[in-house]
Design a protein around this ligand. Structure first.
Ligand code: FAD
Ligand code: NAP
Length: 543
């Protein structure tokens, strides 16, 4: 009864201490921490449930690529002990169930307004308040505004001419129908062979009468080695999760199921290098990228790993006509996200599965009956676009964010995102980004990075509130130095050598800037702690 009364009071309320946009892992935890500070908060979420990525990406085969025992919240012993994962890499329905379990345990939904998209956020400097507007006509104010909008939440279908006239059904992996899709007996075309394509293609092939995969870039992919979890490893994880998480926060990737070998490739014999690669390839997961200390920085070291990977991939492909198409040859291994698969390459051994190389002959248009590439029409009953996202900046730039003096975030970021620490941007007081550009974010176990940011932001808000400090804002000089530092670090790696979404290269016209911070979660966490301890050095505090 008391809860209902309080829920209805919140529904009418137009002023909050904080507004949070998004109810994925980030927004859910942010809400929990804001409540813990005794603040009022409203979360707006475009979907009709919690979960974010795992609410939207319901395509067949969707599962995590960071192991389930690490891809979970680590802030509550009670919560983690109350949940039992079943597989090494949990599938989407299980992850979404977990998020709903957390929402239940923390009673989160009463402060989340679902099916509501935030369209604008405007800072009123005199009042020191953000006004947040939605597509449902809401207009609320808040002192703090936290963007938990997700790095991979703006699904993108390329602008193919003719799609509007296509007579079949089409889907994007990142906006999959809740009821599922039955491809039985259908001719299906899948466009895209990133992680989403690579996870879904084997399962779509099981149902389709014929499958045509349209591939622009061949990707490095290795067997995930998914399996049911054993009772003992689950129990052990429950005992150690909080300590493990503290350890994970000190590592480069926020992951502890493997260690990085610090020895440089040149200091190992060819046999030692092979043994290290072979062990890690068969371990499954991202361990492979930690085989040598310089795998992501030295072209020679990377070549050794890439050659090994291609040789392993080649072993699986029995159809000689497709080997050269499926083996990646135009980028170093790891600089586009390494894909983990379950029988992906094997799928192309099936007689009803074809691959079309659209690198040489790009998709020209969609016709009422299918897809045209290289002047040839491929007739299909359904098209699946596994074509990815306007990553890292897409969701933020689709909100009309106006800071001090009428500065528009999307104009400020026209040549690429500019942040201090990935947490805030000069000219936008009291606006926080969770896992924003300029932070480790998508190069890490994202739940570790989300918790790192939410904890920092909560602590900051607590100190501002306690000290009667009205605002916090990144200083332009600190931001410039940080952007330069992030660029310098990235250019010392091989990452900028690929046309990846990390670089914005998948979106025509998007500036080519390497967006995440490559220095690692541990080093980055030390920097965050130093900044907070030095009274938020690099930020201006307004009274
Ligand atoms: P999201 O989960 O993306 O949630 C953001 C939410 O904000 C969405 O629900 C969206 O609807 C909402 N939103 C955005 N804009 C607005 C607006 N204007 N108004 C209202 N609501 C809005 N990371 C890993 O570390 N390991 C993995 O194994 C892994 N697997 C992945 C698999 C897939 C298929 C994808 C797409 C990503 C994966 N990621 C993985 C990255 C994943 O996005 C993060 O791990 C994590 O789920 C992000 O949580 P989040 O809350 O920051 O963002
Ligand atoms: P993605 O990695 O960006 O892949 C998109 C694919 O579509 C690429 O193969 C791309 O080719 C292709 N494509 C895009 N536009 C095209 C066009 N006009 N013509 C032809 N092909 C086109 O997107 P994603 O697979 O959805 O994955 C995005 C990220 O989400 C991943 O990197 C990962 O971080 C996360 N994710 C994780 C998992 C997991 O395993 N847990 C699963 C899915 C997603 P190019 O490469 O040439 O651009």
């Amino acid at each position: 009864m008391a809860r209902e009364a309080s829920a209805s009071a919140q529904a009418d309320m137009k002023e909050f201490d904080a507004v949070v946009v998004g109810a994925g892992f980030a927004g859910m935890y942010m809400l929990h921490r804001l409540r813990g500070l005794g603040l009022t908060a409203r979360v707006f979420e475009a979907g009709d449930g919690v979960g974010g990525t795992w609410y939207w990406n319901r395509y067949p085969g969707a599962r995590c690529d960071v192991e389930s025992l690490e891809y979970q919240y680590g802030f509550s012993d009670e919560i983690q002990r109350g949940w039992t994962w079943t597989e090494r890499y949990a599938a989407q329905p299980e992850i979404l169930r977990y998020q709903n379990y957390v929402a239940d345990r923390l009673d989160l939904r009463r402060d989340i307004q679902f099916e509501t998209r935030v369209t604008a956020a405007t800072y009123d400097e005199r009042a020191g308040l953000w006004t947040v507007e939605t597509d449902r006509g809401d207009r609320v104010t808040a002192r703090f505004c936290v963007m938990a909008t997700g790095c991979l939440s703006a699904a993108r279908v390329p602008d193919f001419p003719g799609l509007g006239d296509y007579e079949g059904e089409w889907y994007h992996t990142g906006d999959w129908p809740h009821a599922g899709v039955d491809f039985t007996g259908k001719r299906v075309g899948v466009v895209g062979t990133g992680s989403s394509g690579i996870q879904s293609i084997p399962l779509i092939a099981e149902q389709a009468s014929h499958l045509t995969v349209f591939q622009r870039t061949a990707n490095f992919t290795l067997p995930a080695g998914n399996r049911p979890l054993a009772r003992e490893e689950i129990e052990k994880s429950k005992e150690t999760l909080l300590d493990d998480r503290a350890h994970a926060r000190t590592t480069p990737g926020g992951i502890i199921c493997f260690e990085y070998n610090e020895t440089l490739a040149a200091d190992m014999t060819p046999e030692e290098r092979y043994r290290e690669l072979d062990k890690r390839w068969h371990q499954g997961g991202f361990a492979f990228l930690g085989a040598f200390g310089d795998l992501m920085a030295s072209p020679e070291a990377n070549d050794v790993a890439a050659d090994y990977a291609r040789a392993e991939m080649r072993k699986v492909i029995r159809n000689p006509a497709v080997v050269d198409i499926l083996l990646p040859d135009d980028h170093p291994v790891g600089v586009k996200r390494l894909c983990l698969d379950t029988h992906y390459l094997e799928t192309f051994n099936e007689p009803h599965v074809d691959i079309v190389d659209v690198r040489a002959a790009p998709i020209e248009r969609i016709t009422p009956k299918g897809i045209v590439s290289g002047g040839k029409e491929y007739e299909v009953d359904c098209i699946v676009f596994a074509t990815g996202f306007d990553a890292m900046t897409g969701a933020l730039n689709s909100i009309d964010i106006t800071g001090r003096n009428g500065t528009k975030l999307r104009e400020k970021w026209a040549a690429g995102p500019r942040t201090y620490l990935g947490l805030g941007s000069a000219g936008f007081p009291n606006l926080f980004f969770i896992t924003g550009p300029g932070s480790p974010s998508v190069l890490s176990n994202m739940i570790v990075s989300i918790e790192q940011h939410v904890d920092w932001i909560s602590d900051c808000i607590r100190k501002l509130t306690a000290g009667n400090i009205r605002s916090i804002e990144a200083r332009p000089d600190a931001e410039d130095q940080w952007v330069e530092h992030v660029n310098e670090l990235a250019s010392a790696t091989l990452y900028p050598q690929a046309n990846s979404w990390y670089m914005g290269a998948n979106i025509p016209g998007k500036p080519r800037v390497f967006m995440p911070y490559t220095g690692g979660v541990g080093v980055y966490g030390e920097k965050l702690a130093e900044v907070a301890a030095a009274d938020y050095e690099g930020f201006t505090l307004g009274s």
